[in-house]
Design a protein around this ligand. Structure first.
Ligand code: GLN
Length: 198
């Protein structure tokens, strides 16, 4: 069984743990650097990226995760979690703590505060069958800054899902629906042979 961790300070932690278990993985909460031992993948949930990033820095998890990624670990960020994976953050607190492992610009609240939250049926590259019901909550969108980043989905020409080596970022929340296809994709990525670029 794949062992996948979920960064567990704030946000949609239990929803991800449950989705990963239902998708066939062993899912474990991660707070301390030592919790990374023996994991193949780590999910950073949605919530508030400044709160989660500050907590990760305080608990030493940012540095520990960067090292774990260099050793081949796979990371999946949803919404705030995806913002924390990006190298550039627009509309954020200047220099807010982040992991910065994916060459993306994340535009926080990029669909506008008026729009706030919405759902859309989208096509996601690598996901077979029907469209994916994507739940967006004060979601960011991404600008891709490196040709090695593969765009997996867009809404109104705004990138909302992308892959970079073993890393996956979605602006929406697959843990909030019963559709397990994106969690399954990540479990495959975390246990497969693909390397991280760079
Ligand atoms: N807008 C939040 C942020 O910038 C993210 C919202 C979410 O994760 N649903 O951190």
């Amino acid at each position: 069984k794949a062992r996948i961790g979920v960064v567990a300070y704030q946000g949609a932690v239990s929803e991800h743990l449950r989705a990963l278990e239902r998708a066939g993985a062993e899912a474990l909460p991660v707070k301390w650097p030592r919790d990374l031992e023996g994991l193949q993948g780590v999910v950073i949930p949605g919530g508030e990226s400044t709160v989660i990033g500050d907590a990760m820095q305080t608990w030493g998890l940012l540095d520990a995760l960067r090292e774990w990624v260099r050793d081949g670990g796979a990371v999946f960020g949803t919404c705030a979690g995806a913002i924390l994976m990006a190298t550039e953050i627009k509309n954020g607190k200047p220099d807010q703590p982040r992991l910065g492992i994916m060459p993306l610009t994340a535009n926080r609240n990029g669909f506008g505060r008026q729009v706030d939250s919405f759902e859309a049926d989208i096509c996601v590259r690598g996901i077979e069958g029907s469209a994916f019901r994507a739940v967006f909550i004060r979601a960011p969108y991404f600008e891709v800054t490196d040709p090695e980043v593969e765009v997996l989905a867009a809404v109104d020409h705004k990138v909302v899902a992308a892959r970079y080596g073993r890393h996956l970022a979605t602006a929406f929340h697959p843990e909030l629906t019963d559709d397990l296809r994106i969690h399954r994709l990540f479990i495959e990525m975390a246990t497969g042979g693909q390397k991280n670029p760079g």
